[in-house]
Design a protein around this ligand. Structure first.
Ligand SMILES: [Zn+2]
Length: 57
């Protein structure tokens, strides 16, 4: 198992834990992403529609 496999496994575990708690794993429950360095922009998370909540499948 390589280092990236380790990271992927850990990430998948974290995502499934968030989903079980009804938290959108793509934005970590914040409902938006931040990006940019000199200027900060935010964009609504398309996965949860900006609510930060996501029901498990
Ligand atoms: Zn989201």
């Amino acid at each position: 198992m390589g280092f990236f496999d380790f990271l992927n496994r850990r990430n998948e575990k974290r995502r499934s834990e968030m989903l079980q708690n009804g938290i959108c794993p793509d934005c970590a429950g914040r409902g938006f992403y931040e990006y940019g360095f000199e200027f900060f922009h935010t964009v609504d998370c398309p996965q949860c529609g900006g609510t930060g909540e996501l029901s498990p499948d």
